[in-house]
Structures are given as structure tokens and as C-alpha cells.
Design a protein around this ligand. Structure first.
Ligand code: FAD
Length: 296
């Protein structure tokens, strides 16, 4: 539980207030069940990836695909919120048909609905076109809360979550390590990681969050839940289903283009180890630094 007594006191703590949005509440003020959407990506198991020494590309063939580890924390958090407040958890992924495996895992964890965005028109999408495609889908199915992983372990840009929030016109809180949704489902308090420390952020719902591994411990699906998941249907959406024109998605909808892929040359240089007692080592090191004009 987040200790709110320290809300204003914690060092490096920042409080941000976003304008309130009430669209997900019924007219009589009662809270509607939260519609939580989790974006999940199928990624190659990076522990198994090797580099083609001649082509300088990743060798993906024979490499097993897994659910992006950060997306597992996102799914787990969505399930925990549903268990506390009720609602529905929908998982969506954009990728080839083999990404169904990833979605089956999410269903086995307990997600209610799974959508796979699969269409040759989506091929070659950069992060912008990926975010656009996902955001159009989220808009179409309806949402209160969107949860992503903080990054995909293959692309690692960390762009898709915040870009989607912009496209959906909602605030986002990235790098969330602890989360508390208010009982009324109208707002949340999140503790997020920063390079300097952490921030406590208050944010209205609807909003988008990106999950870190500190957020929770994802549940492991049982054999029974895995078998039950296999009997569920994964909905396949094409560009037409989400109302996307071909110039909005895939390569034509991309604003960045890869010109070249290469391994950067490693900097060459010589290291020097000073071997002496602590005090002498410091004296010798300082003399070396002066000699190299690194210090005066
Ligand atoms: P991040 O931004 O690091 O991911 C953050 C979070 O966003 C994830 O944890 C997840 O919650 C969500 N997310 C990210 N991607 C998806 C997804 N696909 N479905 C659901 N949720 C998601 N990649 C290809 O596979 N095929 C291509 O043909 C291809 N062409 C490209 C062409 C260009 C010009 C460029 C620049 C990139 C291309 N890519 C392609 C890479 C692709 O754009 C990225 O993999 C994708 O945009 C996600 O970025 P990321 O991996 O950095 O995710």
C-alpha cells in the first residue's frame, strides 16, 4: 500500500494533478465497471538471440517467442485491479498470427478478452504507426484504463505507451512501481521511478500507465487455466475492422525509416591497473591523471 502520509514529504516527490475526466461514470454518479486494456507484444526470447556476424542482423530463426516480460506485469496489475473493483480486462497485440500464443497466455492468466491485430497492411510499422494502430483499436473497443509494459525487450524504445496516450488524448504515468486505484475508480495514485528517485503522482482516470517489474509478481497460469484458455476465441482485427486507411498504418503510416543497421565500432584504448596499497594507489593514480592532464 502506498503511504499517503508521505505524499508531500518524500524527498524527490512530485505531485502532478491532471484535469478530471468523468466520462466513464454513469449519469447517476455510480461507478461503472472499469474497462482495462493491456497492450502485449510477442518478442523473441532475448536470452536466445544471436547476431549474424556477416550480415550484422539478429538471427531470429529458431529463437522461441515469449510474452514481453514487462507486459506480464501489466497484465497482472490489470487482473488485480479487476479483482478489487470489478470490470473487464482486454488484451491486445499487433503482430503475425503466431502472436496468438502470447494472447493465450494472457487468457490463461485470467484476461477476459483477447484481440490480435493482424493484417499485411500493418507490416513495417514504426513506433508511431504501431501506436496509431493500437490506439485506434482501443478507441474502438472502449476503455477507462490502458496499461502497457515500460518497454519491449526487443525494440526497447519505451515510446509506444506515451505515444498512445497522446493519440488517445489522455494523461499517462510511465515507469510505475506501485499503484493504488481509488475505490470510486475515478483516480489513482502511482509511485513512478525516475533517474533521481521516485515521484508520487495523482492522476484521473481515464489514463495510461506503463509497468515496471517492481509493480507485482505475475501469476503463473495453471495447467487447467491453460487448457481453458485454449478453448477461448482470439478475435482477429484487420485494418478495415478498426477503420484505418492504408496510409495510416504499416510502412506507409510510419514517420521513421531505417536507413542502415550496423554494429558500432568499439572504442579502442588501453587500461592501466595501479597495483599498490590504498594510500600509494591514490598517490600514483593522481600522478597519472595529472600526467594525462585529466586533472590538475
Ligand atoms: P516499446 O515502445 O518499448 O514498448 C512499450 C510497450 O508498448 C510494450 O511493453 C507493450 O505494452 C506495448 N507494445 C509495443 N509494441 C506492441 C505491439 N506490437 N502490440 C501490442 N503492444 C505493443 N517490427 C516488426 O516486427 N516488423 C516490421 O516490419 C517492422 N518494421 C519497422 C520499420 C521501421 C521503419 C521501424 C522504425 C521499426 C520497425 N519495426 C518493425 C519495429 C516496430 O516498430 C517496434 O517493434 C514497435 O513499434 C514497438 O516498439 P518497441 O519494440 O520499441 O516497443
Amino acid at each position: 500500500m502506498i503511504d499517503r502520509r508521505h505524499f508531500f514529504k518524500v524527498e524527490n516527490c512530485t505531485l502532478m494533478l491532471y484535469p478530471s475526466r468523468t466520462g466513464h461514470h454513469s449519469s447517476n454518479g455510480s461507478v461503472m465497471r472499469l474497462r482495462i486494456v493491456v497492450c502485449v507484444k510477442q518478442v523473441p526470447d532475448v536470452a536466445e538471440i544471436r547476431i549474424d556476424e556477416i550480415k550484422h542482423t539478429l538471427i531470429r530463426s529458431g529463437v522461441p517467442s515469449i510474452l514481453n516480460p514487462f507486459d506480464e506485469f501489466a497484465v497482472e496489475e490489470a487482473l488485480k485491479i479487476r479483482e478489487k473493483l470489478g470490470g473487464e480486462v482486454a488484451v491486445i497485440s499487433m503482430g503475425p498470427l503466431q502472436a496468438k500464443e502470447t494472447l493465450f497466455k494472457c487468457l490463461a492468466m485470467g484476461a477476459d478478452r483477447a484481440i490480435l491485430l493482424s493484417d499485411p497492411k500493418f507490416a513495417g510499422a514504426d513506433t508511431w504507426a504501431t501506436s496509431k494502430t493500437l490506439a485506434m483499436t482501443i478507441q474502438k473497443i472502449g476503455f477507462d484504463l490502458v496499461i502497457c509494459g515500460m518497454k519491449a525487450v526487443d525494440g526497447e524504445t519505451c515510446q509506444v505507451g506515451p505515444e498512445m496516450a497522446e493519440l488517445l488524448g489522455i494523461p499517462h504515468v510511465s515507469y510505475v512501481k506501485r499503484l493504488e486505484i481509488n475505490e470510486d475508480g475515478k483516480s489513482l495514485i502511482a509511485e513512478r521511478m525516475t533517474e533521481q528517485g521516485h515521484q508520487l503522482v495523482s492522476c484521473s482516470i481515464p489514463c495510461l500507465l506503463t509497468a515496471t517489474k517492481a509493480l507485482n509478481v505475475p501469476r503463473i497460469p495453471t495447467i487447467i487455466s491453460q487448457l481453458a484458455a485454449k478453448k477461448k476465441t482470439i478475435e482477429i482485427f484487420t485494418a478495415e475492422n478498426i477503420g484505418a486507411q492504408k496510409e495510416q498504418v504499416g510502412l506507409p503510416g510510419s514517420r521513421t525509416h531505417v536507413l542502415k543497421v550496423f554494429t558500432p565500432n568499439l572504442r579502442t584504448g588501453e587500461g592501466k591497473i595501479v597495483r599498490a596499497d590504498d594510500k600509494d594507489a591514490v598517490v600514483q593514480l593522481l600522478a597519472l591523471l595529472k600526467k594525462e592532464r585529466i586533472t590538475q
